[in-house]
Design a protein around this ligand. Structure first.
Ligand code: TXA
Ligand code: MG
Length: 333
């Protein structure tokens, strides 16, 4: 696999219908020319992604959205103006130009303008890019080029190395295709920020709860198992003292804990620190790489704090609750 260290090489691969892993501010994406259905279908094969799970189209500036959607309503314009370039994806009715492979048969399309400059330069030199996270389906999203290599070596044409991702969790996804805007996936841009900007925003049930067997997912990606390391993730709810006491009792030498910086000195089992307890930016940035690290070290069980569900913590909660199969152990009894 080529390490495409220059953007021109990457653009050539894209224009020829190939696959390039690209850095974005959230996580690495696996990109193909969004207007080339055949190229896009290779993404599904490389990831092992179910064909009914649609992709996000990445654009270089807001003007490029016009060819992709059949309607660009006021609220979407307001969001784009405030949050683009940045980690926000909006879903709108699609135009005829968007291949079925991108929208997985839906009549809507997800679009975002990433803030990562390398990504936007590549789009300018090639075309809008369809790109899901560049992990094998079900695995934690990749936040550096090595993660992409570990999952995708031999399955894609090149990786454009842009160092570590800033945000670490995928973009906030909001649909504006229904009468009331609805949050489908929480991210760095919070639902509180979205409400301040456009008023009422509903939080889709599947953001917090497991999808009932009888329910149809608003966002097809939400029905699949996600973010899973090989290790068994166990979420614990309770104060610092209870948390440390509980994990220190675990004598299984294959167990580790994702802890906060302030707890390190009180932890007696192997640990991976995810940042200070009130530093949600750092916790988000380190989440997926910590889960991957736990696998690398061969841990079979990973204990972690159950995050809160307000503000930026909702994004962390949404990912780790899936990694833990929606189970939480309450230490407060
Ligand atoms: O930050 C991100 O969004 C990263 C980077 C690479 O941009 N991309 C990403 O893509 O996370 P992916 O494919 O892993 O997640 C996209 C999510 C999926 O849950 C998918 O089902 C949903 O967005 N989605 C895409 N198009 C949709 C549509 N038309 N309607 C509803 N949900 C959609
Ligand atoms: Mg993904």
């Amino acid at each position: 696999m080529l390490n495409a260290d220059d953007i021109e090489t990457a653009a050539d691969i894209i224009k020829k219908g190939g696959l390039v892993a690209i850095p974005t501010e959230t996580v690495y994406g696996l990109a193909a020319d969004a207007l080339n259905g055949k190229a896009v279908s290779k993404i599904f094969k490389a990831k092992g992604r179910p064909a009914d799970n649609p992709l996000i189209i990445h654009i270089a500036d807001t003007s490029q959205i016009n060819m992709l959607v059949s309607d660009f309503p006021e609220k979407a314009r307001t969001l784009a103006k405030k949050f683009w370039p940045g980690p926000l994806t909006v879903i709108l009715p699609k135009s005829d130009l968007v291949p079925d492979e991108v929208s997985a048969g839906l009549d809507t399309v997800a679009v975002r303008c990433p803030s990562n400059i390398t990504a936007r330069q590549l789009i300018k030199l090639s075309s809008p890019l369809a790109a899901p996270s560049a992990n094998r389906s079900g695995r934690p999203s990749p936040t550096n080029a090595q993660h992409v290599f570990d999952d995708m070596n031999g399955r894609i044409d090149a990786i454009l190395n842009g160092g570590e991702c800033d945000v670490g969790v995928e973009s906030t996804v909001i649909t504006l295709a229904d009468s009331t805007p609805r949050l489908l996936r929480p991210g760095k841009i919070t639902v509180e920020q979205l409400r301040e900007t456009i008023g009422e925003v509903i939080v889709d049930d599947a953001v917090i709860n497991p999808l009932g067997a009888d329910k149809k997912a608003a966002s097809p990606g939400m029905k699949y198992k996600h973010y899973s390391p090989k290790a068994n993730v166990i979420l614990l709810k309770g104060g610092r003292e209870l948390f440390c006491k509980y994990v220190n009792k675990q004598v299984d030498k294959n167990a580790a804990v994702l802890c906060y910086d302030e707890e390190i000195e009180n932890i007696t089992i192997p640990y991976i620190s995810v940042g200070r307890s009130n530093d949600y930016d750092t916790q988000a940035r380190k989440l997926f790489s910590s889960l991957r690290k736990a696998d690398e070290y061969g841990f079979k069980t990973v204990y972690a704090h159950c995050p809160g569900t307000e503000g930026e913590e909702l994004a962390i909660y949404n990912r780790i609750i899936r990694a833990a199969g929606f189970e939480v152990t309450n230490l407060e009894g």
